[in-house]
Design a protein around this ligand. Structure first.
Ligand SMILES: N[C@@H](CCC(=O)N[C@@H](CS)C(=O)NCC(=O)O)C(=O)O
Length: 212
């Protein structure tokens, strides 16, 4: 099995999940949008996005599906399979529509656009993202005030998914510190080696630096 990745947020999430699960995968850096690579990767993921998991003659794309697959292959409850599964899926679903989306909006303006020379930060869009961040963070803050992780007392994929953009906060500058329970939860994630340093020992170019 091969996991194609780059150092961007969603592939990072998949690599972190694979390493947390100690999944038996080979990691390979990929740049599916490079003109010379498109034809090869279109067959694996028509979106030309990462991560992609290739196994046998099949490929699976979308982090959440890959995490589910690898967790099942590892017989792990990282992807819950018991009565907690609906709760975990609730947080994945809500997160992608709310907290993760808000983080993405801000990170896009303050990080990705500048790194890749796509254009200047649109301050209005960043502000809109920050408003969405505060709205979603307030909900997470109330939830996390009463328990260590999103689903019960053990980390699950919902925590990894919710945190997708937080390792990039040097660029996004999201005010996580305004939320004590959220900050504590983020610090717990950082204690997990697979989350803190998923690319350790892997060959992959660094992201382009932020200008200035
Ligand atoms: N919904 C997809 C999003 C995938 C995605 O947006 N991937 C971006 C990185 S965050 C990508 O492939 N960018 C091109 C690259 O990294 O080469 C997922 O969860 O896997």
């Amino acid at each position: 099995m091969k996991l194609y990745f780059s150092r961007n947020p969603n592939p990072r999430l998949a690599v972190a999940a694979a390493r947390f699960l100690k999944a038996k995968v080979e990691f390979e850096f990929a740049a599916p949008q490079a003109a010379s690579e498109r034809a090869r990767y279109e067959a694996l993921n028509p979106n030309l996005l990462l991560p992609i998991l290739e196994f046998g003659s099949r490929s699976l794309w979308e982090c959440d599906a890959i995490a589910c697959f690898l967790s099942r292959a590892s017989c792990s409850t990282f992807w819950r399979t018991d009565d907690d599964e609906p709760d975990m899926i609730r947080w994945i679903s809500w997160g992608k529509e709310n907290f993760v989306r808000a983080c993405d909006m801000v990170h896009w303006e303050r990080g990705t656009k500048l790194r890749y020379g796509i254009g200047p930060c649109d301050e209005e869009m960043a502000e809109e993202g920050l408003r969405a961040f505060h709205k979603a963070a307030a909900i997470l803050e109330r939830e996390l005030a009463n328990r260590p992780w999103l689903v019960g007392d053990r980390v699950s994929f919902a925590d990894f998914r919710m945190g997708t953009f937080l390792p990039y906060n040097d660029a996004a500058r999201l005010p996580i510190g305004d939320y004590p329970a959220l900050s504590r939860w983020n610090a717990q994630l950082e204690e997990i080696a697979a989350w803190r340093d998923p690319f350790r020992g892997l060959v992959a170019p660094e992201l382009p630096p932020l200008p200035g």
